[in-house]
Each structure stands twice: as C-alpha cells, then as structure tokens.
Design a protein around this ligand. Structure first.
Ligand SMILES: [Zn+2]
Length: 446
C-alpha cells in the first residue's frame, strides 16, 4: 500500500518539465504521489499545503541510468542506503543499477531477492539491470519484465563478466534478441588494451588515456554495432568517452538501427591531462577520460539530442583502495552526490544549453528505458521533484557527501544549484543536506 502523500501546491517557481522551462507555472501534487495539475494561478484546495518557491527552480527528480551500488556482495564499498542518500544529494530519485560484483544478476530469482531485500533500504526508486553472460543466457526469458535491459561488459573493467571474443558476443546478443531484451554495454577492446600495456614505456605506463585508448573504445563500439546489426538486437552503449564513438552510434541510428548511447559527466568536464595530474588516481575511470576535441563532439551531439543522455557511472571505492599506485588502484569514483550541480557546470563551462543539460538527466534516460512515470513534469507522472536555487554557489567538501566513500575527484570545485529539497512520489525525502524519514524507495519492475 502506498502511504498517502501530503497534497501540495507549489507556487511562484520556475519549472523545467524535462524539455523546456515554464515560467510562472504552478504545480499541484496529490495524495497518491502524482502530479495532479500544472498551470497558471492555481487556487488552493482544501487540505493542501502551499509552498512558495520564491522564483527557485523546480525540476523532475533526476534519472541516473548507470550506477554501481554494490549491494549485495560489496557493501564495504557502497550500499543502497548510503548510495541512495548520495543520490538525493545530487537530485536523483531514480537509478538504474548495475551489479558488477558477485553475485551477478544472472536469473530471475536473484533479481527478485535483491529487489525485495532493498525495500526499506533504498531512499529512491530503483531498477537493477540483468547480467548478460554465458551463465545467464538460458535464464533471459524469466528476466523479461523484471529489468530495464541486460548488461554486457565488452573488455575488462573493475567488474566481472567480460566477453572474450566476437563469437561469444554473437551468442550473447542473439540470446538477448530472442528473449526480447535491450543490451546495454561497456565498450572497450581487450586486445588493444593488452597491446598498449605490453608496449608501455616509463613515460606512458601511468597514462590511463594511453593504456585505455580512444581506439580501444571506438573499435569495440564498431564491433558491438556490427554484431547488433547482424543479430537485430537493440544496443545501448554506455558512458561514451570519445567523439568518434558517439559518431558511430549516431550514424548507426541514422541508418535505422536500434542503436543508442549515453555519456558521463566527467567526459564533458575533464580532460586527460587534468585527470593524469589529479592526486591519487582520483579520475582513473573506465573508459578513460579523453581530450578537448572529444568533449566538444560529445557536447555538440548532446545539444542535438542525438545521444540519450548522461549517467554518472557512480563507482565508489574506499580511499585506501584508490590511493594504491596507479596499476593497483581500482577504476571508478563516486559521482552521484553531485549530478545536478555537475550538469549546471557542463552548461556554465562548455556551453551545453541548460535545457539539454537537464533533459540529459531527466527526460532522455527515462524515455530511453521506458520509465513513463519518471523524468518529466506532467499530469499523471510521479511527483518526483528537485527544488534548487540555481544562483547559489557551493564549494564541494568531499567529507560532507552522503555516499559511502567520503572522497570526490571534484573536491574543492565551486558548483551551483545543489538540491535544497527533493520529493519522491509526493513525499519530502531530502531537505537541507539531510535525508528525511524512513527509506521509501521502490523497485520499478517488481
Ligand atoms: Zn559502470
């Protein structure tokens, strides 16, 4: 049973509906946790609480389509309670989550158990992806309807479940197509990465962008697109870091293939040189952070709505793990706590329009993964909102972030538009930097 939400009327705000800004628009949320009405000068109904936004921005709760919360199995590094609290801090009310540590989500029973166990733990709504591996191939029918897509790792990363060659990729993609799943993929070519390691010189050996090169990503994306074309499966390429990789996805889509993709905030904000100089490998991530030219291409493609948004790839590790020497330092970093301010930074620093920056973390991923209730302000949609003051700047203090690791590669950055209040299905769940009430997040597909 859904607990009844307090009906509310939000007034005097600037609304972003997932696509455009609406000035002088009021919004009413009802006791069922849905948006009941939007329009000018709405009058108060009995029992309704009125909130004067005083010109602040109200936007849909963000949808992060790529996070690792590591529960079950590795809660030493993160968990749903800390991860989802960090999410609220970043304005995120829905995550699509990838289990990349054992147990991989290789059958329906594991998925159902995971989702059940997380009720009462997660502060936000969530949907785990299924794992697409040789072990899960026979279980894909049973997973249909329980997951937004199935995840395939092409090329080794921090997690488990890689694909050793094109024949295996063909088998996996065919099985996903037969069962009716979309495939989401991490694309980097193992052979090219191994070769770079063998050929490393003292000058290049610690440059992550050279060990995991542009070519490694673009070759893997090309291979994945060609196998997707052959098998007819829908393919979504995650966290695209190169301009060339993004162009491959766009060209395939223009040829009518069901190929889509997303990028990550760090590929839009940071360059390889800066990543290499960051202390203690903090920007070490897979795929590696690339170059100004890549960033410019990614931004121009996002501006034209030709990619399906941005996901954080929130992948926390304790600082003592991250602090190891380059080769032994695990890839990935916490990011979800800062998603909304980082998207404002992409706009401020590199000129992506604010509409497209915000749509990339609301409407676009919700559309891509068929989450009709999420990512937009519209009558009948879930009353998931973020309220923030876009003019207010804050310097990132890593120790104050709610997710588990307590460090951030963005420590010390001055950012704006930190969420002041967050609502999930009409309930106030975050205010003034703190979560409110018991965790009430729900699985989207159970
Ligand atoms: Zn990831």
């Amino acid at each position: 049973m859904t607990p009844l939400a307090q009906p509310r009327l939000f007034r005097n705000g600037r609304l972003f509906d997932g696509k455009c800004f609406l000035d002088n628009c009021d919004l009413r949320s009802d006791a069922n946790g849905l948006i009941a009405e939007m329009g000018q000068d709405l009058s108060r109904q009995s029992g309704e609480q009125i909130l004067d936004l005083e010109g602040r921005l109200l936007l849909p709760g963000l949808v992060d389509c790529h996070v690792h919360f590591r529960e079950p199995g590795l809660v030493r590094k993160e968990g749903y309670l800390t991860g989802s609290t960090g999410a609220l801090h970043g304005g995120v009310t829905t995550v699509l989550e990838i289990q990349n540590n054992p147990p991989l989500m290789e059958n329906a029973d594991l998925l159902k158990e995971k989702m059940k166990n997380l009720c009462g733990v997660s502060r936000i709504d969530f949907a785990p992806y299924g794992s697409l591996t040789l072990n899960s191939m026979d279980n894909l029918d049973g997973m249909l309807g329980l997951v937004p897509a199935v995840k395939c790792f092409l090329g080794g990363s921090t997690g488990s479940g890689g694909v050793p060659n094109l024949d295996v990729m063909r088998q996996l993609f065919s099985a996903a197509k037969k069962a009716g799943h979309k495939v989401v993929a991490h694309c980097e070519d193992d052979a090219l990465m191994r070769k770079a390691l063998e050929e490393a010189t003292p000058e290049t050996a610690e440059r992550h962008d050279l060990m995991r090169s542009r070519e490694a990503e673009t070759k893997s994306i090309r291979d994945a697109i060609s196998v997707a074309e052959e098998t007819g499966v829908q393919l979504h390429v995650f966290h695209i870091s190169t301009g060339e990789g993004a162009k491959c996805v766009v060209e395939a889509a223009e040829r009518g293939l069901p190929i889509t993709g997303t990028t990550g905030p760090h590929y839009l904000l940071v360059e390889a040189e800066e990543a290499a100089q960051a202390s203690q490998n903090r920007f070490k991530v897979n795929p590696s952070i690339k170059y100004a030219e890549d960033r410019e291409t990614l931004i121009s493609i996002l501006e034209k709505s030709l990619l399906q948004g941005v996901g954080t790839d929130h992948a926390p590790h304790p600082l003592e793990d991250k602090d190891r020497p380059y080769r032994k330092s695990p890839s990935g970093f916490p990011c979800i706590d800062l998603l909304l301010p980082l998207m404002f930074a992409v706009h401020d620093r590199f000129g992506l329009s604010l509409e497209r920056a915000l749509a990339s973390v609301t409407r676009d991923p919700a559309l891509e993964f068929c989450l009709a209730q999420k990512g937009r302000l519209a009558v009948g949609a879930d009353a998931d909102f973020v309220i923030c003051d876009p003019q207010k700047k804050t310097t990132v203090d890593e120790t104050s972030l709610p997710s588990k690791s307590k460090w951030s590669p963005y420590n010390g950055w001055e950012l704006r538009a930190f969420p002041e209040q967050v609502y999930l299905r009409g309930q106030l769940v975050f205010e003034g930097g703190e979560p409110i009430g018991d965790p009430c997040g729900r699985p989207l597909f159970l």
